[in-house]
Design a protein around this ligand. Sequence first.
Ligand SMILES: [Zn+2]
Length: 79
Amino acid sequence: MMTCQQVTELVTSYLERRLPLRDRLRFQMHVGMCRHCRRYLRQMRLTIRTLGRLPPEPIPIEVRDELIVRFRRWKGLSP
Ligand SMILES: [Zn+2]
């Protein structure tokens, strides 16, 4: 079973369809069962759509968190 940590690490690869089938299935299985990661994945999708493209380099985790925080504020989802 994949952990939430692994999901956050693999989300960019997943969205770029760079994951091998086995990892892709494990990723989807986790996201299917984990509400937290489902929300995270949705936000990453929206963030990427907002930026218009995927970044060429994997986003450092702090930058990614910052983007998500900013995005939530922008959408009025968090105080
Ligand atoms: Zn999770």
